[in-house]
Design a protein around this ligand. Structure first.
Ligand code: ADP
Length: 497
């Protein structure tokens, strides 16, 4: 199994969005249900008892603040009724407890029926516990157990197995010591819990089914547009660049579809360009080869044709062929980034002058006028060989396209620590919509032109790649019927930098 097959198998075993969404929603619902179960049902009696003890505490706080009130007894009654708790308040005088107030608001009140021994035991527990003692007490028919000790009840109306929350407090006020006893019945919550449990089971079943259905609908909504895009993407991968990704559904899908449509267009254009490139290269390679073959055969078969002129044609065509091959090689290396500029300081003006010498023969024999203007020395930090190639290509193009004026103007201007090299011609110019494309390799504006120097169709792509690698600014200003100015600009370096 190769890596690709392994990746496909892995993807197939990965869960789809539908399964993931269903699992996520079901797990989420289950967690919510568990939380409700624990908090509402399992901890119901805990919260209920806590609430009861808090109620007792509130009642005690009121009693504490009213201990000095003249109508204390009435206040105790009122507090007890308000909070629904039973109360007994004692004052400790000479070690003896004297009841100074109380209220029995419920028939199930236990504190009014406790034996004295238990009362003093409770007092003791509170005293040992810093003055406060809370206790859940289970009363049997005639006795109650506390810390393993049995206390018999005076046999009054004691409901079987009553449970009470008992709150004991010892406090001081004005030098007097008081002992408060509060009690609230804890009704059994098991019946409520049973009802809640049944209710919970139904709710849980309903919620789980609802979560499942909801997850299915949601996953369908999410997955359907994605599946449609995947099918179209498969067509794109198979080479159908016309694939139109439907931008509908939710925002993320629309963005994905837009991105894929853009990618499809770009890949289509690149594919087209690549095919065109191969066709152009084959054509350009074939033309000189046909000439070389033809002339060689003529020279071999016809002794009279075996002359220097024909040999020169073969040499010229071979030169053109090797230029084309080396241009292609340069371009592919530049674009792949395998060759990087080797920076050195040199005078751009001098380099331009040296390059123009190569055109002397053209000027002498074909009547071209190549004018050169410069504002002086311009030292730049760049790859000399590469910049020479740029200058050479731009001048070649200007010579090729300048038209009947046969005039080309080369200029070097300096401005704000920058040097601009420009080549102007009086040719037909370039249509504005073509300006962008001329930098693409093998792009040629489709028209017959005068070619004093034969180009390979790769010149401007090489220029662009070199100038991009140098981070230089470049461009073309062209007007149809007037001519074009190709230029590039780079910073002037101080020689001592
Ligand atoms: P070519 O070998 O065809 O000149 P280039 O890459 O150098 O290849 O140029 C690409 C195309 O840009 C040319 O075919 C031509 O259409 C256009 N072009 C380049 N320079 C000029 C110019 N000075 N004037 C008008 N068109 C130009």
């Amino acid at each position: 199994m190769n890596n690709q097959e392994r990746a496909v198998t892995k993807r197939r075993t990965q869960a789809g969005i539908r399964i993931k969404l269903i699992c996520a929603l079901v797990i989420f619902t289950a967690l919510v249900l568990i939380a409700i179960w624990v908090l509402q049902i399992r901890l119901l009696s805990y919260f209920y008892e806590k609430e009861k003890f808090e109620e007792l505490e509130d009642a005690y706080e009121e009693i504490y603040t009213r201990i000095t009130d003249s109508d204390f007894k009435a206040q105790v009654q009122k507090t007890a009724e308000q909070h629904g708790v039973c109360v007994r308040v004692f004052q400790i005088i000479d070690g003896m407890a004297k009841e100074i107030g109380g209220a029995e608001v419920s028939a199930s009140c236990m504190i009014h029926h406790l034996p004295t021994r238990l009362l003093s035991n409770l007092y003791q527990s509170a005293a040992e516990n810093g003055g406060s003692y809370d206790k859940r007490m289970e009363f049997n028919q005639n006795f109650v157990e506390k810390d393993g000790e049995k206390f018999y009840l005076p046999g009054i109306h004691n409901p079987a197995n009553a449970v009470s929350a008992i709150c004991v407090r010892i406090f001081e006020n004005g030098g007097n010591v008081y002992f408060a006893l509060l009690d609230s019945e804890l009704t059994p919550v098991s019946a409520t819990i049973n009802t809640l449990q049944v209710q919970f089971m139904w709710t849980a079943c309903f919620l789980l089914v609802a979560a499942l259905v909801f997850a299915l609908i949601l996953s369908r909504l999410i997955a359907t547009p994605l599946s449609a895009i995947t099918q179209k993407a498969a067509k794109l991968a198979a080479g159908n660049y016309e694939a139109d990704f439907e931008a509908s559904g939710y925002r993320e899908v629309v963005e994905l579809a837009d991105a894929l449509n853009f990618a499809a267009r770009e890949i289509g254009a690149t594919d087209h360009l690549q095919k065109e490139l191969i066709a152009n290269i084959s054509h350009d390679l074939r033309t000189p080869l046909t000439m070389i073959k033809g002339y060689s055969e003529i020279m071999r078969d016809l002794p009279g044709e075996n002359n220097a002129e024909n040999a020169q044609i073969i040499i010229d065509e071979t030169t053109r062929l090797s230029e084309l091959v080396s241009d292609l090689l340069d371009l592919s290396k530049l674009q792949a980034g395998t060759i990087k500029p080797e920076y050195e300081l040199f005078d751009l003006t001098q380099l331009a002058k040296d390059t123009l010498v190569r055109y002397d023969a053209l000027v002498r024999h074909n009547g071209y006028r190549i004018l050169f203007e410069s504002e002086g020395e311009a030292t730049v930090l760049a790859d000399r060989g590469m910049i020479l190639q740029v200058i050479y290509n731009l001048i070649n193009n200007a010579v090729n396209y300048t038209g009947s004026s046969l005039r080309v103007r080369v200029a070097i201007t300096l401005k704000d620590d920058r040097v601009r090299f420009s080549v102007a011609d009086d040719g037909e110019g370039i249509e504005p919509e073509m300006i962008e494309s001329i930098w693409d390799r093998y792009y040629r504006v489709d028209k017959v032109h005068n070619r004093a120097v034969i180009g390979t169709g790769l010149g401007l792509s090489i220029v662009k790649s070199i100038l991009d690698a140098h981070g230089a600014l470049y461009g073309v200003d062209s007007a149809v019927g007037v001519g074009s100015v190709f230029w590039f600009e780079m910073p002037v370096s101080k020689a001592d930098n």
